[in-house]
Design a protein around this ligand. Structure first.
Ligand code: ATP
Ligand code: MG
Length: 318
């Protein structure tokens, strides 16, 4: 990966200054960005032919020695993973230490189960100084339901002993008005991620617009295709910029389930398979919340109880 600094996009076959400019305008301004791009995107953004696009991607991959990585580089990558604490030790433990960077975590559950609260809490905790166990990072928050509350951030910031003004300034919020806008905002967040200052990207809610816009059986495959593309963008960002991507998702009831839990997450496998961690949130006894980790690659299925207090997430009720 050290070669990336010496070579630029202009060193690729078929890329002159004009093409490089068009690519840069589309945010594709590094070899890595070309290497992980697709033929369709390059032809569309740079106006090159399919075969030129294919050669560009191949050359970028060769120059970066992509493809197979040795296990020790994967281990190095794993060492770069940051874990963002939730405020509840039980919840952190379920997550193997906290919410991981380099991955997508999906929180799904019914309304009021605490999905948005988890998002707000991580947006504060990721800002805690490193010597206090935090990550000193900024946050990108894509809000699709207009449920971001700065007042709530202030309550949590106070508990964490952080300067309230700075905490608010460190959270970049974008309101997404429909699913296309949401997808565009996800792509645009790459500009911020490139600065290296942002380690947390929240999409709350991932599925609400998709669910509202694509109604009826006939539109299902189109919806899933778009959602798939969106998840792919998020996955790429998580991986390229070692960023924690948190997406929230509602549940719908499964009409034919007689036993077990009659709810399932929206978006089905498209969302489920792209997420590295999936957490099912539900209301528990005496005002508590239950977080259950499902389908995780390296952690056992596990659950814990936590509380959403005025000061934020905690193991105990205030
Ligand atoms: P939806 O699907 O509607 O988006 P959600 O899963 O995002 O729901 P949240 O908004 O995260 O749900 O949870 C709302 C709950 O969080 C409230 O019902 C309340 O119990 C708790 N809560 C929110 N704000 C506070 C606060 N300031 N102090 C204490 N508890 C709070
Ligand atoms: Mg919510």
């Amino acid at each position: 990966m050290t070669k990336e600094k010496e070579l630029t996009v202009q060193d690729l076959p078929g890329v002159g200054p004009t093409t490089a400019e068009k690519l840069a305008a589309a945010g594709i301004d590094t070899l890595l960005a070309v290497a992980v791009s697709s033929i369709g995107v390059l032809t569309e953004e740079a106006g090159v032919s399919d075969s030129v696009a294919r050669k560009m991607i191949q050359a970028a991959r060769d120059m970066m020695e992509m493809g197979f990585e040795t296990a020790d580089t994967i281990l190095d990558k794993r060492a770069e993973v940051i874990k963002i604490k939730t405020g509840s030790e039980g919840f952190d433990e379920v997550m193997g230490g906290g919410f991981e960077t380099g991955a997508i975590t999906e929180c799904y559950g019914e309304f009021g189960s605490g999905k948005t609260q988890v998002g707000h809490q991580l947006a504060v905790n990721v800002q805690i100084p490193k010597d206090q166990g935090g990550n000193e990072s900024k946050v990108i928050y894509i809000d699709t339901e207009n449920t971001f509350r700065p007042e709530r951030i202030l309550q949590m910031a106070e508990k964490a002993g952080l300067d309230p003004d700075t905490v608010l300034k460190n959270i970049k919020i974008a309101r997404a008005y429909n699913s296309d806008h949401q997808m565009l905002l996800a792509e645009k967040s790459e500009e911020l991620l490139k600065t290296g200052e942002y380690k947390l990207l929240i999409v709350d809610s991932l599925t609400a617009h998709f669910r509202a816009e694509f109604i009826g059986r006939g539109t299902l495959s189109e919806r899933q295709q778009k959602l798939n593309k969106h998840m792919h963008t998020l996955l790429k960002l998580a991986d390229m910029y070692n960023c924690c991507v948190l997406v929230t998702n509602q549940v719908m009831s499964k009409p034919n389930v007689m036993f077990g839990d009659p709810t399932q997450a929206i978006g089905g496998h498209v969302v489920g398979h792209s997420s590295t961690f999936r957490i099912y949130l539900r209301k528990g006894k005496k005002g508590s919340r239950v977080a259950k980790l499902v389908d995780s690659p390296n952690l056992p299925e596990n659950e814990c109880m936590f509380f959403v207090n005025t000061s934020g997430l905690n193991d105990k009720e205030e």
